[in-house]
Design a protein around this ligand. Structure first.
Ligand code: ADP
Ligand code: GLC
Length: 495
């Protein structure tokens, strides 16, 4: 087998730095590629201000100093230094952290504002610099989201004179087209590019601005998004967020590859954060998890009343408004209880908090980012809400399936590709799927679930279907390997 040299460039990597699915996806794919024998090196920022936990300490052992440089990105007229720290993970890939205190000292991963452009421009520069310092020639430079979208441009420029990169190919994965890295045009000259023109938008009706993702899409050798259905969606004006025209031009470079789940980390039978473990074959522990969830979130002790869960960034994308409209009648009638864990847009947080005040014991809102509570919700809930307006892939519905919580999803993107509507007579399907992004659609999907819940054997079948579905990275990684090998001109092989 020819082992591939793969450079991953990312803003997030679980559990070291995570706000959402990007972190899980890059960590899961990288681990599986490394397990297949490939040389995977991940470059990410060293976020000095992030809280360290036992998990993050265990996940990365920082060791050697791999080199240093001075930032090609200008900050207040200077070019501050950065170091590259090398560490090993318990899952295989080697991690390099860009340690640049002038850029990455905040207490959060994303800081907003114009500084964000400078920070993530440095990430791409530092990643390619690392290859030069190591004399390491990647076959594939795999860039994730807008934060790494400068790398394909830099790689193309380097290839004109740097033999190390002669055979390298760039892949840009669009995890979320709703976040493009758009900044004032005046920043273009500060980002360390010999020719900043490709970074600037040129549309006649638009005020010129820097758009990282657009530039990356134009420059990358291959483009992926995180589910087959979403790969078709982004070609349409409804989902393309202004980039659909460019994506249609480059559609022969675009492929949709469904995300996977790292079942060594997401398994109710071994998850050390749960009060009691369980599996599809021995479900008793799930009731213990539900009691604990009720206790921890302040829901009333109740007998045969299902608990609906939701773990989500509080952003318009996630259909929070639909939840706020559709859920209260079910809660008021006592047909179900619900708990939402999430952080994000303050108006959503306030509305959810208000609902919790109105319906104590029936509805709980936990405004936090907590891996432990998230997992307790997957395990302790009976059904799980993912009513997204758009969803490139979505991981929470896959975690819910694994943990035996029946997903209630809108028929879009990766939700379409991972959940099918339950047919009680045939015994097929894994969740409740609604089409229209309106209150009626979600209400219907919730009432379907509440109806099935009353039929013990149908419910067991439905839950079992979900728990035994396989969305592992072992299934999905070969699709990336096929793409990588095609780009690298290496014939397809067994693993
Ligand atoms: P997105 O990346 O769009 O946020 P995904 O479904 O792909 O959506 O991934 C979300 C990830 O973030 C999941 O692992 C989910 O459990 C996690 N998550 C979201 N909000 C929270 C939170 N408040 N606390 C803990 N984990 C969260
Ligand atoms: C994005 C998307 C989500 C996807 C995740 C990981 O944040 O919103 O659908 O699962 O990236 O690819």
């Amino acid at each position: 087998m020819t082992s591939l040299r793969i450079l991953m460039i990312t803003a997030e990597y679980a559990p070291l730095a995570k706000t959402g699915g990007l972190a899980d996806m890059v960590a899961g794919l990288s681990a599986q590629l490394a397990a297949c024998g490939h040389d995977v090196r991940v470059v990410m920022p060293r976020y000095r201000g992030l809280e360290r936990t036992a998990d993050t300490e265990a996940a990365l052992k920082l060791g050697t100093h791999a080199g240093s440089g001075s930032s090609p990105v200008a900050l207040d007229g200077t070019h501050p230094p950065f170091d590259l720290l090398c560490g090993s993970t318990d899952t295989g890939p080697t991690i390099y952290q860009v340690d640049a205190p002038a850029f990455f000292s905040g207490s959060t991963i994303y800081g907003g504002g114009d500084a964000e452009a400078l920070r993530f421009a440095l990430l791409s520069h530092a990643a390619l610099k690392l290859c030069q310092l190591l004399g390491w020639a990647p076959h594939i430079v795999h860039c994730h989201d807008w934060h790494a979208s400068l790398a394909p441009l830099l790689l193309n420029a380097h290839q004109l004179h740097e033999p190390l990169f002669r055979d390298a190919n760039s892949v840009l994965t669009i995890h979320n087209i709703g976040y493009q890295g758009v900044f004032p045009a005046a920043l273009a000259d500060k980002l360390g590019l010999a020719d900043p023109a490709p970074l600037l938008t040129t549309g006649k009706s638009e005020v010129a601005s820097v758009n990282f993702l657009r530039a990356g899409i134009a420059a990358a050798d291959a483009l992926t998004t995180v589910s087959p259905t979403h790969a078709s969606e982004v070609l349409t004006p409804e989902y393309g967020k202004g980039l659909d025209g460019l994506l249609r031009q480059r559609r022969n470079r675009l492929v949709g590859i469904l995300n996977g789940v790292d079942y060594t980390r997401w398994d109710p039978a071994s998850d050390h954060r749960l009060p009691r473990n369980y599996s599809a074959g021995d479900i008793a522990g799930k009731l213990v998890c539900r009691s604990e969830l009720r206790k921890r979130s302040g829901l009333a002790a109740a007998g045969h009343v299902p608990v609906l869960g939701m773990v989500s960034r509080l952003a318009a994308q996630k259909g929070i408004e639909l939840v706020l409209d559709a859920l209260p009648p079910f809660l008021r009638s006592g047909a179900c209880q619900a708990v939402v864990l999430g952080e994000g847009d303050p108006p959503y947080a306030e509305a959810l908090q208000q609902l919790a005040v109105e319906l104590p014991g029936q509805f709980a809102f936990i405004p936090a980012h907590s891996e432990t509570i998230a997992r307790l919700i997957f395990a302790g809930s009976d059904a799980f809400l993912v009513p997204s307006l758009y969803e490139p892939c979505g991981l929470t519905q896959m975690y819910a399936l694994r943990y035996g919580s029946v997903p209630i999803v809108r028929d879009t993107g990766g939700l379409h590709d991972t959940v099918s509507h339950f047919e009680p007579h045939a015994g097929t399907g894994t969740g409740s799927v609604f089409r229209d992004a309106d209150t009626g659609g979600l209400s219907w999907a919730i009432s379907e679930v509440l109806g099935w819940y009353q039929q013990a054997s149908a419910w067991q079948r439905l839950r079992h279907n979900g728990m035994t579905a396989d969305f592992s990275w072992a299934h999905q990684t070969p699709h990336y390997l096929t793409l990588y090998r095609r780009l690298a001109g290496i014939a397809a092989q067994a693993s």
